[in-house]
Design a protein around this ligand. Structure first.
Ligand code: ATP
Ligand code: MG
Length: 335
């Protein structure tokens, strides 16, 4: 399969009062055409920073991608100007966020916002944009688009607003949709509907999805592959099936072990593995996970393991063989 997005050794640094911190510290992964890849990891592991970096939105904060490359269809996005990025954002790569209320402008109607999104990238008349907007709303499962077009965001429910955001994100049929925790603000039934909708649209539009979630149940259900992040690093990349067969990284194993069952279960937040994620300003020497890792050896405390290809997956762990052999705590998977 062709690589649509290829992130190589990306470092994202923020300037803070206590100096520079690397929220993302040299990560590599790819997303192939039409694929759904999930980034999973605890709060603070750098998932959102990764997505914002790909969109080149960290530049608007106190951050910057300082090293590495972000190839999208062969072009390095780190070399693009912000005006070139504005053309790419929303047309070739779209993003949806956790809280649709903050992404929608409260003072404009839904119709106006969706029409603006369409007309930003396409030179079509207002009436054509209105027709297309209504079509998009119907596509995302809004049955009365003409009424909804005249409403303001606050007049819609949370699930409905997220549907509108998805419609806006899809306005120009992007090849890649980045969704950062798109369902965590929604209740479980609505979440299920939105996830189903994303899957359906992905297939219809032949789009790839990079889904960021800390919900293992969601990741298990929708992804083809998983990228497991911890403290700004990638710990493991594997097909979702491989991860469920046997996680190779102790962190991945820890994440899955504490989940009672995988199938059909949503709303399962990442369980708390003993200890907490280290502060970015005082990273442990060696493997970042070592202070919390039951398999850690002397080497883990002094040498940082590289992300290495092992069979069909990539793992950053010196002790992966012991992890795989340790069947004392198998990940609990239903069936
Ligand atoms: P969550 O699951 O809570 O959304 P996350 O994995 O998305 O977590 P990020 O938001 O990517 O985590 O944050 C990674 C780290 O980068 C955190 O330690 C955070 O404090 C830091 N960070 C993010 N934005 C900034 C910023 N503008 N300035 C300084 N540090 C930042
Ligand atoms: Mg986040």
């Amino acid at each position: 399969m062709d690589k649509l997005l290829d992130v190589q050794n990306m470092v994202t640094a923020y300037q803070t009062e206590s100096g520079e911190i690397r929220a993302v510290d040299g990560i590599s992964f790819d997303v192939k055409k039409g694929e759904t890849v999930c980034i999973v990891g605890e709060s603070g592991s750098g998932k959102s920073v990764t997505s914002m970096s790909i969109m080149r939105l960290v530049d608007y904060e106190n951050g910057q991608v300082t090293e590495g490359a972000i190839h999208f269809k062969g072009d390095d996005l780190t070399k693009k100007s912000q005006s070139a990025m504005r053309k790419i954002r929303g047309s070739q790569i779209s993003m949806i966020f956790q809280e649709p209320m903050t992404a929608l402008n409260p003072v404009f109607t839904v119709g106006r916002q969706i029409m603006e999104a369409i007309r930003f990238h396409r030179s079509i008349s207002k009436s054509e944009a209105r027709t297309r907007g209504a079509e998009l709303l119907r596509l995302v499962g809004i049955s009365d688009p003409d009424t909804r077009m005249n409403q303001y965001p606050h007049e819609l429910s949370g699930g409905m607003r997220q549907r509108v955001m998805i419609a806006i994100a899809l306005a120009c049929e992007p090849e890649l949709l980045i969704a950062d925790e798109p369902t965590t603000a929604l209740d479980v039934t609505i979440e299920a509907q939105i996830l189903e909708l994303l899957q359906k649209l992905k297939e219809e539009m032949d789009m790839a999805i990079l889904l960021i979630t800390h919900d293992i149940g969601v990741a298990a259900e929708v992804s083809d592959r998983m990228v497991v992040m911890y403290a700004g690093k990638v710990m493991e990349i594997a097909s979702t099936k491989d991860v469920f067969d046997a996680p190779f990284h102790p962190y991945t194993k820890g994440l899955f072990e504490s989940v009672p069952s995988m199938e059909g279960e949503r709303g399962v937040a990442l369980p708390s593995i003993k200890g907490t994620i280290p502060s970015l300003s005082s990273m442990p020497v060696g493997c970042r996970f070592s202070p919390r890792c039951p398999y850690a050896t002397e080497q883990c405390l002094t040498e940082e393991p590289p992300l290495e290809q092992i069979n069909t997956r990539q793992v950053a762990c010196w002790e992966w063989e012991r992890v795989v052999q340790d069947t004392s705590q198998k990940p609990r998977i239903k069936g």
